[in-house]
Each structure stands twice: as structure tokens, then as C-alpha cells.
Design a protein around this ligand. Structure first.
Ligand SMILES: *Cc1c(COP(=O)(O)O)cnc(C)c1O
Length: 384
């Protein structure tokens, strides 16, 4: 088979399975609404839960940072790319979350990949929740360690994998809030089981940080646990991009030596680090925004209970409706777009086969009437 045949075959298979992915050009606007000059859409697809991407203090900090440092970091952190802006952000993140150290990465994908590839060796065991994010599984699959997946949010299933007196090093991996379902991991039980077996626990809290727990400190703070490795990302509630790994002094030193993503990749622009510090300062005191978000979640769930599609067991800003069939989910997303509602249909392999869904996300920037409008359109579609 030639290159072009291979690519053509893969593309036609995608189309036939109803799994074709296309990107839509999104127009500028607010976190709540955007417009192309003719049509406007209410945005129910963004992870910018607290509206931080548009916060004036964050924008100002980014602009001032660019004026001071220029727009790029000029190299990896091991060369010229580790500035005071980076160091100060690391120090405040570590202090905020109660860890000795924080290390910045350019994305959550890179942070997850880096931690797993730097830590895991031949003979080790990696025990990951079945629904773990692609970035965790990508690294796990490439790693020489043995990968075992436990049933989603099922501490009993993890317990069975841990039983058996394994002498290998074991790393348990889960998410604080699951990105495609919005449900939360049973963190106290997972932490207890890992601890009993001498395994380490790694939690990816991409969707929990800034939103869950007191002062937005995330899912682990809320659950009263401190995992050995905590990954937080800045593309969701922080409104920008990037990530940090929170860990001990020794693990941080180890990652600085061995994480290739830190050594061979240009670090975040310093201006972005300044913007992230400004976002952190806002998030710490954003209780009003977090409360508004909670009200929107309650409003949507109460309103959607009579729809013919199942809601996920989620009390977070991620509120998917399970449609099942790929083509049907795609069609509904298209109808919603035509009615001025921006949402994405999520299909396999991002989610398990037969569970294609409309993944609505709510943000503090929504207004109650936005949610009423969403519900009105959904009920109208359900009657069709
Ligand atoms: C978004 C996400 C990531 C990836 O983070 P990026 O910073 O966008 O690369 C990792 N894990 C989870 C659970 C996510 O939702």
C-alpha cells in the first residue's frame, strides 16, 4: 500500500463511521457569546469556566509582560527560558496548593506525558482509570511499564489490581473531574488504596483546578488528599494555556534532570507566566463566580431532567447529554448551531463506542436566560 492509499483509506473509514472531525472557525467574542457579524452563538463549549481568558487584569498582565520580556522565552528553561515570571508563578502555585514545588510545562498534554515517561520504567505497573484522558494513555501506552486500566471511578476494581503483593513500583493515575463525563473520582478511596500498597497516586485536575474546592484549589483539596503528583492545567479555568506539576523537592529535581519536555522544548512565554500569576490572584478570590457557576449547573440539570437523553452523573460545569449514535449526535449539534447554540458532538474514540454525546459546558459568564434558551431549543429538538 502506498502512502496516499493508506491515507485515503483511513480518511474514508473515518467518514463512513460518522467519525469525521472538522474544525470550525470561531469568531472573536466574549466567553459567553460570539458572532460572525451575521449570526450569533451562545457558547456552551468552552472550558473557560470563570471567564478568565477575557479578564481585564489578566489581559493587562500579559500585555505588560510582553512589553517587559518580549513575546517569547527564547529557549527551554535550561537555557534562557526560565525567568523571574516563571519562578514566581511556580512559587505561588506551590504555596497555594500546599506542595514543596511546582514545575511549569507548556501544556497539560506535555506535563502528563513528561511525568509518565520520566517516572515509569520497565517492570513498573501503571494503573489508570479506564476513562483517563488521551494524554495520560498516550504516555502509558508508549511506556515500557505494564498498563492496567481499572473500571471507571471504581475503587474496588483498583483494589483488585493492587492486590497480589506486587513488588514493582506502581503508579495509580486518575483525573479529578473527568473531561468527557464531568463526574469526579473517589479520591479519598483511591488515595487510601494506593497508600496501603506503597503505590504513588497521580491526579490530573485539569477541570477541577480553579473551580472545585475552597478558593478554587481543586478536586484534591476538596477531597482532603494530597497526591504524590498533582497536574493542574491552565487551559481551562485559568483561561490561557500551560500546566504545572506539583510534587516533592526530589520529584521536581528529578523532572528537571529527566523530563525531556522541559529540556528540549521552549518554555512558556514569560508574559504568559505573568498573565497566569494574575489569573491565580483573581481565582483565589473568585467565590462569586464559582457560586454563579454552581447556580447555572443546578438550573441546567433541573431543566434538562425531562429530556429523552440521559444526563451524566455530574455536579460540575461539564454537563453532557448522552445521545448514543454518532450521526444523531452530529446532527443535533448542527441543529443547535443553526439555533444559535455552540456545542460540540463528542464521538469515539474520545468516548466509548455507543456513547456519542453533546458536551455542554457552563461558565460563570452565562446568564440564567442563556440556559433557558438552551433548554428551550433542546426540548424543541426532542419533539422533532
Ligand atoms: C485538557 C486536558 C488535558 C490537556 O491539557 P492541555 O493543557 O490542553 O494540553 C489533560 N488532561 C485532561 C483531563 C484534560 O481535560
Amino acid at each position: 500500500m502506498s502512502w496516499s492509499q493508506r491515507i485515503d483509506n483511513a480518511l474514508s473509514a473515518r467518514r463512513e463511521q460518522g467519525l469525521w472531525r472538522a474544525r470550525q472557525v470561531r469568531h472573536p467574542g466574549t466567553e459567553r457569546m460570539f458572532s460572525d457579524g451575521q449570526q450569533q452563538w451562545l457558547n456552551f463549549a468552552s472550558n473557560d469556566y470563570l471567564g478568565m481568558s477575557q479578564h481585564p487584569a489578566v489581559i493587562r498582565a500579559w500585555q505588560a509582560g510582553a512589553a517587559r520580556y518580549g513575546v517569547g522565552s527564547g529557549g527551554s528553561g535550561h537555557v534562557t527560558g526560565y525567568t523571574r515570571a516563571h519562578a514566581e508563578l511556580e512559587t505561588s502555585l506551590a504555596g497555594w496548593l500546599g506542595y514543596p514545588r511546582a514545575l511549569l510545562f507548556i501544556s497539560g498534554f506535555a506535563a502528563n506525558h513528561a511525568v509518565i515517561s520520566a517516572l515509569m520504567q520497565q517492570g513498573d505497573r501503571l494503573l489508570a482509570d479506564k476513562l483517563s484522558h488521551a494524554s495520560l494513555l498516550e504516555a502509558a501506552i508508549q511506556s515500557p511499564a505494564v498498563l492496567r486500566r481499572f473500571a471507571h471511578n471504581d475503587a474496588g476494581s483498583l483494589g483488585r489490581l493492587l492486590a497480589g503483593g506486587h513488588t514493582a513500583e506502581q503508579l495509580v493515575v486518575t483525573e479529578g473531574v473527568f473531561s468527557m463525563d464531568g463526574d469526579q473520582a473517589p479520591l479519598p478511596e483511591l488515595a487510601r488504596l494506593a497508600g496501603q500498597s506503597g503505590a504513588w497516586l497521580m491526579v490530573d485536575d485539569a477541570h477541577g483546578i480553579g473551580v472545585q474546592g475552597e478558593g478554587g484549589r481543586g478536586s484534591c483539596w476538596q477531597a482532603g488528599i494530597q497526591p504524590d503528583v498533582l497536574v493542574v492545567t491552565f487551559g481551562k479555568a485559568f483561561g490561557a494555556s500551560g500546566a504545572a506539576v506539583l510534587c516533592s523537592e526530589a520529584v521536581a529535581d528529578y523532572l528537571v534532570q529527566f523530563a525531556r519536555h522541559l529540556i528540549y522544548s521552549t518554555s512558556l512565554p514569560p508574559a504568559q507566566a505573568e498573565a497566569l500569576s494574575a489569573a491565580l490572584a483573581v481565582i483565589r478570590h473568585a467565590d462569586e463566580a464559582r457560586e454563579a457557576l454552581q447556580r447555572h449547573i443546578g438550573h441546567f440539570r433541573a431543566g434538562a431532567a425531562g429530556l429523552p437523553w440521559a444526563l451524566c452523573e455530574s455536579s460540575t460545569a461539564i454537563q453532557p447529554l448522552i445521545i448514543g449514535d454518532n450521526a444523531r449526535a452530529l446532527h443535533l449539534a448542527q441543529c443547535l448551531r443553526e439555533q444559535g447554540i455552540w456545542v460540540t458532538a463528542i464521538r469515539p474514540p474520545t468516548v466509548p463506542p455507543g456513547t456519542a454525546r453533546l458536551r455542554f459546558t457552563l461558565t460563570a459568564a452565562h446568564q440564567p436566560e442563556d440556559i433557558d434558551r438552551l433548554l428551550e431549543v433542546l426540548y424543541a429538538l426532542a419533539r422533532e
